[in-house]
Design a protein around this ligand. Structure first.
Ligand code: MG
Length: 238
């Protein structure tokens, strides 16, 4: 899983470099497919329950599960890219939200707070903590800024399957759920909205968007719990 995470970190790093005004989300997905093929690993999302792309590309008010399409990215947009791969029968899963060119201050804060909330959650992924210590740390940080947390979609265990137990909500009281042990691996993934927490599914049957049309951000890492603390497996090279 460490190897899988390292490969995926490299893929998402390259994808970030490909994002610019004038590019379609479909073109970014094609780049991802090439990178994944070159790395000799399998795209985990392509064909998953019929999903057509390698990357979920969710723009502005889209939260998660956006289908790559002919939409052209423009300066001021924010775009979430969520990618998974399979390497030697193990999965890795990561997501990042990136601004195209110059974005507004409020959007920048939404991105910064969502990224930091992921790290606050990861800090709690410690042996002897309870599962929901992760959830509570994320919620506590996000709500300081009056942003809202998506409730219908949550993080998850990951290993030989993309989605394993337990579910990891990004909200709720601490000190509940299973006690964490070394060797557990989680995909922790806060989805944070500028407006209401509520979402709806668009007509394509996949794309999740905010109910009020306001923007949303999403960051995710695959994280192993070790006796020396949390280890982020999907770190991007600098
Ligand atoms: Mg995930």
């Amino acid at each position: 899983m460490r190897e899988a995470g390292q490969i995926l970190g490299g893929v998402i790093h390259e994808l970030k470099g490909s994002l610019k005004s004038g590019v379609t989300t479909k073109a970014v997905d094609t780049i991802a497919e090439d990178l994944i093929q070159k790395a000799n690993v399998i795209p985990a999302f392509k064909g998953y329950r019929g999903f057509p792309g390698c990357v979920c590309m969710s723009v502005n008010h889209e939260v998660v599960h956006g289908i790559p399409n002919e939409r052209i990215l423009r300066e001021g947009d924010i775009v979430s890219m969520d990618v998974g791969i399979i390497h030697k029968d193990y999965y890795a899963d990561t997501a990042v939200t990136v601004g195209i060119g110059k974005i507004g201050d409020e959007l920048q804060q939404l991105l910064d707070v969502t990224r930091e909330s992921l790290h606050r959650g990861i800090e709690q992924a410690q042996v002897h903590n309870h599962l929901t210590d992760i959830s509570a740390a994320i919620q506590k940080y996000v709500e300081k800024f009056n942003f809202s947390i998506v409730k219908e979609f949550v993080g998850h265990g990951i290993g030989r399957n993309l989605h394993e137990d337990p579910e990891i909500p990004n909200f709720g009281p601490p000190h509940q759920g299973p006690i964490l042990k070394a060797g557990m691996v989680f995909a922790i993934e806060p989805m944070v909205n500028l407006g209401t927490w509520q979402t709806r599914i668009l007509e394509d049957g996949w794309t999740v968007a905010t109910m009020d049309g306001k923007p949303s951000a999403h960051f995710e890492h695959t994280v192993a719990i070790t006796k020396n603390g949390p280890e982020i497996l999907t770190l991007c090279p600098q």
